[in-house]
Design a protein around this ligand. Structure first.
Ligand code: NAD
Length: 311
C-alpha cells in the first residue's frame, strides 16, 4: 500500500474477483432500501458479513430476516446517522458480529434529498424563514460521523505503520451527479454531495498509513424512494436514461475487490454512457493542468501528510 498517486482511470470493463470479500465484515448505512439495499445484497452474495445501519426499522428488519435466512450473515441495527451514539453502537455491534472482530469495509450510503429551503423564495411580503438544513445534517454531518468511526476502527485494527501485513480496509462515500454537475434549485443537496468528494480528497492522502483507502460512487438517477414518483416520472418523460441499482452494486464490488483503488470517483450511469453501467470519471486530478498541479504540490508541502498524524 502506497501514498496517493494519480494513476489514471480504473478499467471498469475488465472482470474482477470478489473472493477477497469472503468472510470480511462490511457496514452499510442506509442499507434498508434503494441503493443501499443493492449494496447489501451484492456484498452478502459475494460472501461478506454485512451490518445494516438504518433508521427504517421495519424495512431493515425485513431485509435482515430475508437475507439472514438465506446466508446467516446479515444484521440490522437501528441507527440514525445524525446521532453519534447510534453510529457508535452500529460500529460496536459490527465488531461483535464479525468473525474476526474487525471491520473491513464501510459504505457511507445513507442520504436524503428534500425541496431546498436555501433556494426557495419566502415571498415579497414575508421575512425570510430560517432554512431547514436537514439535508446538510444527514448527508454531511452523518457521513462525517461515519468517516470518523471508520478511521478509528481501521487504525485500531491496523496501526499507523504502513506495511504489507496491514489488512485491506476501505471507506466508500456516496456522491451523485450532483457532486460534479450543475443541478439547479438544489444548493443544499449539491453542497452535500460535493462534500463527499472533499472528504475523499482529504483522506486519500493519509488512509494508506492505516492500510486503508477511500473512494466515491456517484450514481446518476436510480429509481428509489429518494425522490417522489412524480419527480422520477418527469425525469423519465424528458428522455433521461436511468442508471441501475445493480450496476452501482457491481461498482462497489469492483472497488472493494482491488486494493489499489484509492482516491477515485465512479459514475454509475445509464448504459448508453458505460457498457458496464459505471465508469471512472478520472475527475479528481489535473493531469493536463500544470498550474493546478504546482498549487497542489505547495498545498501538500504546507500541510504534510506525516505531520501531527492522527492526533
Ligand atoms: N437514487 C438516486 O437517483 C440517487 C442518485 C445519486 C445519489 N444517490 C444517493 O444514494 C444514497 C442512497 O439513496 P437512495 O436513492 O437509495 O435513497 P432511498 O431513500 O431509497 O434510501 C435511503 C436509505 O437511507 C436511510 N436513511 C435516511 N436518512 C437516514 C438517517 N438519518 N439515518 C439512517 N438511515 C437513514 C433511509 O431509511 C433509506 O433506507 C443517498 O446518499 C443518495 O443521495 C441516489
Amino acid at each position: 500500500m502506497q501514498g496517493y498517486t494519480h494513476n489514471g482511470p480504473v478499467n471498469c470493463i475488465e472482470p474482477f474477483d470478489v473472493d477477497l470479500l469472503k468472510g470480511k465484515t462490511a457496514i452499510v448505512t442506509g442499507g434498508a432500501n434503494g441503493l443501499g439495499e443493492a449494496y447489501v445484497r451484492a456484498l452478502v452474495t459475494a460472501g461478506a458479513r454485512v451490518c445494516i445501519g438504518d433508521s427504517d426499522e421495519e424495512k431493515g428488519r425485513k431485509l435482515e430476516e430475508e437475507l439472514d435466512g438465506l446466508f446467516q450473515r446479515v444484521k440490522f441495527i437501528s441507527c440514525d446517522i445524525t446521532n453519534w451514539d447510534d453510529q457508535l453502537q452500529l460500529f460496536q455491534e459490527a465488531i461483535l458480529f464479525s468473525e474476526t472482530q474487525t471491520i473491513s469495509h464501510v459504505i457511507a450510503n445513507a442520504g436524503i434529498h428534500r425541496p431546498d429551503d436555501v433556494f426557495s423564495y419566502s415571498g415579497d411580503h414575508q421575512e425570510p424563514k430560517k432554512p431547514d438544513l436537514s439535508v446538510v445534517d444527514v448527508n454531511i454531518r452523518g457521513t462525517l460521523y461515519t468517516a470518523k468511526l471508520a478511521a478509528h476502527y481501521f487504525i485500531r485494527q491496523n496501526g499507523t505503520q504502513n506495511s504489507p501485513e496491514q489488512k485491506d480496509t476501505s471507506l466508500t462515500l456516496i456522491g451523485s451527479g450532483a457532486a460534479f454537475l450543475d443541478c439547479p434549485r438544489a444548493p443544499q443537496y449539491c453542497a452535500s454531495k460535493w462534500a463527499m468528494r472533499g472528504i475523499m480528497h482529504s483522506l486519500r492522502r493519509t488512509a494508506f498509513f492505516y492500510g486503508s483507502r477511500v473512494n466515491v460512487i456517484s450514481p446518476w438517477y436510480v429509481k428509489t424512494n429518494i425522490l417522489s414518483n412524480d419527480a422520477f416520472m418527469h425525469v423519465s418523460s424528458v428522455g433521461v436514461q436511468f442508471a441501475q441499482a445493480e450496476d452501482a452494486a457491481q461498482c462497489l464490488l469492483r472497488i472493494l475487490s482491488d486494493r489499489n483503488i484509492n482516491g477515485h470517483s465512479f459514475f454509475v450511469s445509464g448504459r448508453k454512457w458505460a457498457s458496464s453501467g459505471y465508469m471512472d470519471l478520472d475527475l479528481e486530478d489535473y493531469p493536463n493542468n500544470a498550474l493546478l498541479r504546482e498549487i497542489q504540490e505547495d498545498q501538500i508541502k504546507s500541510a504534510p501528510v506525516e505531520l501531527g498524524l492522527f492526533v
